[in-house]
Design a protein around this ligand. Structure first.
Ligand code: G3P
Length: 215
């Protein structure tokens, strides 16, 4: 399973990268706004340090606007993936862009049918938002299970990218279901490694080592 970080904060990206298990980055307009940096500067700074896929979201609402934005951003690097919302105009843009060989991450997916259409249009990634579904008392991970099954039934190449992750259990479930990618906030990446018994065990080993005959 690939691990992406869901942030536009360059320091968080560098920290996560230093762990050696980061495969890419996903951004969105809200995450870019949070950095306070100009959009182009923010994205180019990320592209300078990340060799893996970096998702950059379009904000146009028509096919032509989305494609024009996508062509501009795609020229910034071979690893740029264009994030397109799954609306009617977006679906047309996914088809156009995938036909041009541009990698597309389809965002704001909340249903298995949206995921099916995205795959048919040639999406590279589908991003179902699990946390936002959980927020409205709907099981976000059930959507992942449905999409993994549907894509498996027809052998679609589109990768299931679990987004809007809020806790480590989302990552465990995604891995058990065979999702291709999890995009994870910085704080949750830190939580993946932690186990109190690891800390307790290490402290005991080190304390015992102090008492050991080291001769
Ligand atoms: O990047 C898209 C997605 O991961 C957003 O997550 O926490 O804003 O629902 P969240």
């Amino acid at each position: 399973m690939k691990i992406f970080i869901d942030t536009a904060d360059i320091e968080e990206i560098k920290q996560a990268q230093s762990l050696g298990v980061l495969d890419g980055v996903t951004t969105n307009p809200s995450l870019v706004a949070k950095t306070g940096k100009p959009f182009e500067t923010c994205i180019k700074e990320i592209l300078e340090v990340v060799p893996g896929d970096v998702s950059v979201e379009v904000v146009g609402l028509t096919h032509d606007e989305m494609v024009a934005e996508a062509e501009k951003y795609a020229a910034w690097g071979d690893n740029v993936v264009i994030k397109v919302p799954i609306i009617e105009e977006g679906l047309k843009a996914i088809k156009t862009l995938s036909g041009q060989g541009v990698k597309v991450n389809v965002t704001l997916c909340f249903s298995p049918l949206q995921a099916l259409l995205a795959a048919k249009a040639g999406a590279t990634y589908i991003s179902p938002f699990v946390g936002r579904l959980d927020d409205i008392h709907t099981d976000g991970m059930e959507l992942i299970s449905q999409i993994v099954d549907i894509y498996g039934n027809y052998a679609y190449d589109t990768e299931v990218l679990v987004a809007s992750i809020r806790n480590p259990m989302h990552v465990v479930s995604a891995a058990l279901m065979g999702a291709d990618v999890c995009t994870i906030p910085y704080k949750v990446i830190g939580q993946l490694l932690k186990h109190p018994l690891t800390d307790k065990g290490l402290a005991a080993f080190l304390a015992d080592w102090e008492k050991a005959n080291k001769g």
